[in-house]
Design a protein around this ligand. Structure first.
Ligand SMILES: [Zn+2]
Length: 610
């Protein structure tokens, strides 16, 4: 009788927790690249105001002409948007600001042999090929003088051309007839976008537009499928290979291969896979997120958004551009994990051999692969069988995120629904752990820790002891000793170069030091895509392998399995992979997150004692 009473009370608490904690919240940009209707034939645009150039203006790999490459000039023609009177003025102005920030960021890494003549366009031709967008008089032949630019970017708000959860889309719409380089492109912005609603929205959408403009510049299947990329010389840019029983399209261009060999530590690499999920449109227009998770050119929004050396290789391989390598080396998914990472299954015998990248237990909290985002293990139960090629567990319903070939991956812990990037250690929000040393800011990274000050005796703090959680702590990279110092409150913790578990005087619990190479940068320390570009940070030249093993942490108990996204229902998992409907259904499974709230956590902990 008594027992039943306690049980019922516990159940009420748990019900409250579950109701409040599992919020069906869709923090989602879905790149709308695939919603665009491409014309059957590309438009080649004679844009010069004279015919003084027959130069293909290419990257010839001749080091003597390096000086000719300068920052790409992207001209954003805003007139069409300014004349869209039905769109809210504040939204227009904010969207244009964000678009300009993204352009500014791209101009810092993409270099080009600049056009010597002004760019001037035929209005009718542009309107026909660029989604009916009209150009300003300055750009129009017969009316204006043209502009000094290498690319004209047009923009348009739209109510109905994009799916409801798509925030923006972009494509090129005019090519140089000589070099075949895109010289005109357009960005569509969803009119229902509300930039005022979400904290960090400007940073988040800057990265979204950065992604979209990259589709305009180079990441576009039409460019490689139609052999427009001049360095191809008739060679194919892609090949098809069977991996894990599925035919996959790989990008095989030389600089992509070179960067990938170095990143994965796989000298036999044949290419980098393109996304094979999400329906006919998505397939082939983004990197495969199973192996490129965290790069900004994967096909869905993800909390770790970085510029990889592999994507920079693609810019180089076009022949049209050279790039500054200001990546900071932050893309760390699959780093040094050898060829097995690219071709083996992510889960074997229900465990993962790649514990930095994947997980096999939803009860465990995590940091993202690049150690910058507080995360959990996304491993769910689908309502219908996962396609057989992607079944890694004895239970055919059990699997991870669909776009990542159903591999269980780290997914951001959401603080609340009014903030983008909330789990991020640079931009994110407070989980209420300031008194035990959490700091969200420029110098912080995600570190797994159970540290609580020994003199902390309150019940909530007692409850946190020996319970591992992802925490944001400020770190210092000591380049001479190749070590990391973690600061927890006023205590500096010196980590060994290879990382590992550390006890700390004055604290109960342990901190799991990261490997120096897994968090530090080669030059100025940086912790986000834009931060690294602004600071011109380059990757660390690594001399040894990671040996940091997150699975060693499993001796410890996490808060509770009840915080994991337990048996989510209503998720569709169609058995046919290349099915447009699957794209719609599977984007919904991303919409289920945990909102971790310390007050709820305390209620839950207390409930265990009542
Ligand atoms: Zn995209």
């Amino acid at each position: 009788m008594l027992y039943n009473f306690y049980l019922n009370k516990n159940m009420i608490y748990l019900l409250i927790i579950l109701l409040l904690s599992f919020v069906n919240f869709n923090l989602c940009f879905k790149c709308g690249f695939n919603d665009l209707k491409f014309p059957e034939n590309d438009t080649f645009i004679s844009f010069h105001d004279n015919n003084d150039t027959q130069n293909r203006l290419l990257n010839t790999d001749d080091s003597s002409d390096n000086d000719e490459f300068e920052s790409i000039r992207i001209y954003l023609d805003t007139e069409y948007i300014e004349n869209q009177t039905t769109v809210n003025k504040t939204l227009k102005s904010k969207a244009l600001d964000v678009l300009k920030s993204a352009i500014n960021l791209l101009q810092k890494i993409v270099l080009i042999k600049r056009e010597t003549s002004k760019l001037i366009l035929n209005s009718t031709q542009i309107q026909n090929s660029c989604d009916n967008i009209t150009i300003s008089n300055d750009l129009a032949s017969g009316k204006g003088k043209g502009v000094d630019a290498d690319l004209v970017l047009l923009a348009k708000f739209t109510d109905n051309e994009l799916g409801s959860n798509v925030q923006a889309a972009a494509s090129y719409c005019g090519l140089d007839p000589i070099s075949h380089r895109p010289i005109v492109g357009f960005v569509l912005i969803n009119s229902s976008l509300d930039l005022s609603k979400m904290e960090n929205s400007e940073e988040y959408l800057k990265l979204l537009f950065f992604h979209e403009i990259t589709h305009v510049l180079v990441f576009h299947p039409s460019l490689w499928e139609h052999h427009y990329i001049p360095v191809l010389n008739g060679e194919k840019f892609t090949k098809v290979k069977e991996i894990n029983g599925i035919n996959r399209t790989l990008i095989t261009s030389p600089n992509v291969l070179k960067a990938a060999k170095k990143h994965f530590g796989c000298s036999d690499i044949e290419g980098i896979e393109l996304e094979n999920q999400g329906g006919t449109g998505t397939t082939g227009s983004h990197w495969e997120s199973r192996i490129m998770l965290g790069d900004y050119m994967i096909g869905f929004d993800y909390s770790e958004i970085f510029l990889s050396e592999i994507t920079l290789g693609l810019f180089n391989d076009s022949g049209w551009y050279k790039v500054n390598d200001y990546t900071g080396g932050l893309f760390r998914h699959g780093k040094n994990q050898k060829c097995e990472f690219l071709e083996d299954k992510c889960i074997k015998k229900e465990l993962t051999p790649f514990s930095n990248e994947f997980c096999n237990d939803k009860a465990f909290f995590r940091c993202g692969s690049s150690r910058l985002v507080r995360s959990f293990c996304y491993l769910v139960s689908y309502t219908s069988n996962i396609p057989s090629d992607y079944q890694y567990f004895s239970d055919p319903l059990k699997g991870g995120y669909s776009y990542s070939d159903y591999c269980p991956i780290s997914m951001e812990l959401l603080l609340n629904s009014s903030m983008y990037l909330s789990g991020n250690c640079k931009y994110g929000g407070s989980f209420g752990y300031e008194n035990i040393g959490e700091v969200v800011g420029d110098k912080s990274i995600c570190v797994l820790s159970s540290l609580v000050g020994s003199n902390e005796t309150s019940i909530p703090m007692e409850m946190l002891k020996n319970r591992i959680r992802p925490m944001c702590y400020p770190i210092t990279c000591n380049m001479n000793t190749k070590t990391v110092t973690i600061t927890v409150l006023k205590t500096n913790i010196s980590c060994p170069t290879e990382g590992g578990e550390q006890k700390v005087d004055g604290f109960d619990g342990v901190v799991f030091c990261p490997d120096f190479n897994s968090v530090c940068t080669g030059t100025t320390f940086c912790t986000s895509l834009s931060d690294c570009i602004e600071k011109k940070s380059v990757a660390l030249e690594e001399t040894f392998q990671y040996n940091y093993k997150p699975e060693n942490q499993q001796d410890y108990k996490y808060y509770s399995t009840n915080y994991a996204p337990n048996e989510i229902t209503g998720i569709g998992a169609n058995t046919e992979v290349n099915d447009d409907e699957e794209e719609e259904e599977n984007t919904n499974d991303k919409g289920k997150y945990i909102i971790l709230n310390p007050i709820l956590f305390i209620i839950y902990i207390l409930s265990q004692f009542l």
